[in-house]
Design a protein around this ligand. Structure first.
Ligand code: UDP
Length: 310
C-alpha cells in the first residue's frame, strides 16, 4: 500500500521521504523511483528516533506487518511498530508541526459481534490470542494518536483499513488473495481455511489510496472506516480467483486458524458523507488486474505458499 501511496503523492507534485526497514515489505516496489529527486528512501526501523532535516507537512504512519502469517512470524516487531513506532512517528509530527495520519485496521474490531462494523463499535478482541500482537498494537496506536491530539492539539487522522489487495504484494505474504492467486496460477490446490463460510470485504488498493488522501485532506479527527462494503465468503473468493486465473486448481479445506474473524464488512457511511468517498473497483476487475501483474512479476517461479498460523 505504501508504494502505491508514494506513487500518487509524487504524481500530484509532492516530495516524499519513505522510512521502511522492509521486514515484510518489498524494496522492489520502490525500484522505479530510483533517481527521482523528489523521493528519498531511508532504510530504518520506525521504532528508532526519526531524525529528518527540513520541513514536513504530513507524517503518514503505515509501518507494520499486516498479514496474520507475518505478524505471527514477527510478534514483538509487530507490537513495537504499533506502539513505539507510533510514538516515534507522532513525535516527529509534533516536532515538525505536521499533520499526522495513522493506518489503523478493521482488526481493532476483533471477531466482531456487530455487523457491519461502524466506527462507534468498540470491538471484540482476544487480548492473548495469536492476533493480539497486531490488534492490540493498533488499538494502542489509536490511543496514542488521540492522546497526542488531546494533549498537544496535534492535527491527527485515523484510517481503519479493511482487507485491501492488489499488485505488489509478496508471493509468500500468506493473506487470502496472494495465496489463492499463487496457488491457482500454479494449478495447485487452493487452501481454504475452515469451511470457507467466513466473510471478508475486499478493497482494491487504488480505491484505498484515494480514501487515505481524502482523509488526510479532511478535518475529521475521529476514526474513519476505509474498505469495500461488498462482502464475500472466502470459499466464493477462492472460486472467483480460480476462474479468473483460468486454473485447473481444486479447493482444499484446511483447519481454521484460531480467532479467525467470522464476518467482516465495513459500514462506510462516515467515509461517504465526510470524505465523499466510495470505492469504485469491482472485485472481478480488481482481481483481474492483480492476476495480470502476478503473471508478469512471478512468471518464472513457483514456491511453496506460506503456512497458516497456530
Ligand atoms: N484464508 C484462507 N486460506 C488462505 C489464507 C487465508 O482460507 O490460504 C482465510 C483466512 O482464514 C481468513 C480469510 O481468508 O478467514 C482472510 O485472511 P487474510 O489472511 O487475507 O486476512 P485477515 O482478514 O484474516 O486478516
Amino acid at each position: 500500500m505504501g508504494s502505491h501511496l508514494i506513487d500518487r503523492l509524487l504524481a500530484r507534485g509532492d516530495e516524499v521521504i519513505c522510512i521502511d526497514n522492509f521486514v515484510t515489505g518489498r524494496s522492489e516496489n520502490l525500484a522505479h523511483l530510483d533517481g527521482d529527486v523528489r523521493f528519498t528512501r531511508i532504510e530504518q526501523d520506525v521504532t528508532a528516533p526519526l531524525g529528518i532535516d527540513g520541513g514536513i507537512d504530513a507524517v503518514l504512519h503505515l509501518a507494520s506487518p499486516a498479514s496474520p502469517v507475518d505478524y505471527a512470524a514477527h510478534p514483538i516487531a509487530t507490537l513495537e511498530a504499533g506502539t513505539v513506532g507510533t510514538h516515534q512517528a507522532l513525535r516527529l509530527a509534533l516536532e515538525k508541526g505536521a499533520r499526522f495520519l495513522m493506518a489503523s485496521t478493521s482488526e481493532v474490531y476483533g471477531d466482531p459481534l456487530e455487523h457491519p462494523q461502524r466506527e462507534a463499535y468498540w470491538g471484540h478482541v482476544n487480548p492473548v490470542g495469536p492476533r493480539s500482537v497486531y490488534d492490540e498494537a493498533k488499538r494502542a496506536a489509536e490511543a496514542y494518536v488521540m492522546a497526542y491530539h488531546r494533549t498537544y492539539q496535534l492535527d491527527t487522522r485515523i484510517a481503519r483499513i479493511f482487507n485491501t489487495y492488489g499488485p505488489r504484494m509478496r508471493r509468500d505474504d500468506g493473506r487470502a488473495v496472494p495465496q489463492f492467486v499463487t496457488q491457482a496460477l500454479n494449478n495447485e490446490s487452493v487452501t481454504v481455511y475452515g469451511d470457507g463460510s467466513q466473510t471478508r470485504s475486499l478493497c482494491y488498493v487504488d480505491d484505498l489510496v484515494s480514501g487515505l488522501l481524502l482523509l488526510l485532506e479532511s478535518d475529521h479527527v475521529m476514526p474513519v472506516n476505509l474498505g469495500n462494503p461488498n462482502e464475500i465468503t472466502i470459499h466464493r473468493l477462492a472460486e472467483r480467483v480460480i476462474t479468473l486465473c483460468g486454473s485447473s486448481s481444486g479447493i482444499e479445506l484446511r483447519d481454521l486458524p484460531e480467532d479467525d474473524p467470522r464476518r467482516r464488512c465495513p459500514d462506510i457511511s462516515t467515509a461517504r458523507s465526510v470524505l465523499g468517498w466510495t470505492p469504485s473497483m469491482t472485485l472481478d476487475e480488481g482481481l483481474s488486474r492483480t492476476i495480470e501483474w502476478w503473471r508478469r512479476e512471478w512468471a518464472d517461479v513457483a514456491e511453496p505458499a506460506a503456512s497458516v498460523i497456530s
